[in-house]
Design a protein around this ligand. Structure first.
Ligand SMILES: Nc1ncnc2c1ncn2[C@@H]1O[C@H](COP(=O)(O)OP(=O)(O)OP(=O)(O)O)[C@@H](O)[C@H]1O
Ligand SMILES: [Mg+2]
Length: 262
């Protein structure tokens, strides 16, 4: 069945970093598979190996043991099949909004008119059509992250990898962008792997959450969040999953702030 076909298949991965005769095992025996169109979150405390795992999925790091398949092919280097979205947006300061979005399209053999049209299509989707001539320093954090999202979507990748993309944003911007991301992801049918240590963000966005343990990083628990989207943060189902995860981390779910970073 097409909807159960795994886009990513991670098979018994270990990752060690060797530094000055020390062999630091960062990830141990990670196995998981992700279907096309799924929104999957990797959730865990600081230093548990989330970014390392994301980098392996993107082909930026090679596992020490085990293998990772994307669409049945072993991932050994980064490719245009997947785009990474970072917390610091990754925009070029000397390029306008439009030119930053077009940047992602440069390796494609598109004429300048086509390139412009494709970039504008995604700039409109993220609501920045009135800002195309502005430069990154003239934009708010939320707007910059919108440009980065438009650039990623315009490349029409199979997979978007996100490493805490909303961490630098205030609550309002974060909630708005999370809503937009859900809408765009459903519209475009993209597969997204998000790394975060924000429990609410994970429950709000994910179809499945992988909870990691640290030292070495392992998958402790997999949770399927079977609530229809868009979700309501005050809904009892939402609260149920939120509480469940807080309890996994032995945190009182009534505590504020909602983020943790142990
Ligand atoms: N290139 C590297 N060389 C050596 N050690 C590394 C390297 N990259 C990561 N590590 C180590 O691997 C461990 C996991 O790091 P990683 O960045 O994956 O954690 P994380 O879960 O993303 O943390 P955070 O939430 O703080 O971003 C850390 O102990 C880190 O020091
Ligand atoms: Mg990280």
């Amino acid at each position: 069945m097409e909807d159960t076909y795994p886009l990513i298949d991670i098979n018994k991965i270990d990752k060690s970093f060797v530094t000055q005769e020390q062999d630091n095992l960062v990830l141990s025996d990670i196995s998981l598979s992700i279907r096309k169109g799924e929104f999957v979150t990797i959730l865990g405390q600081s230093g548990c190996g989330k970014s390392t795992l994301l980098n392996i999925i993107g082909g930026f790091e090679i596992p020490t043991k085990g293998q990772i398949l994307l669409d049945g092919k072993q991932v050994i280097e980064p490719g245009r099949h997947c785009v990474m979205l970072f917390q610091d947006y990754g925009l070029l300061p000397w390029r306008s909004v439009l030119k930053n979005v077009e940047l992602g399209l440069e390796p494609e053999k598109l004429g300048s008119k086509e390139k412009h049209e494709r970039a504008m299509e995604y700039i409109r989707l993220v609501g920045l059509e009135d800002n195309i001539g502005q430069f990154p320093h003239q934009l708010s954090g939320g707007m910059k992250q919108r440009v980065a999202i438009a650039r990623a979507l315009a490349m029409k990748p199979e997979l978007i990898l996100m490493d805490e993309p909303f961490a630098a944003l205030d609550t309002f911007n974060r909630y708005n962008l999370q809503d937009e991301l859900v809408r765009l992801q459903q519209k475009e049918g993209i597969t997204i792997v998000l790394v975060t240590h924000d429990i609410d963000e994970a429950v709000y966005l994910s179809d499945r959450i992988f909870i990691m343990d640290p030292h070495p990083g392992r998958i402790r628990r997999e949770l399927t969040i079977d609530i229809s989207k868009p979700r309501d943060r005050s809904n009892s189902d939402f609260q149920y999953f939120r509480k469940l995860i807080f309890e996994e981390f032995h945190i009182d779910s009534r505590q504020e702030p909602l983020e943790f970073n142990i």
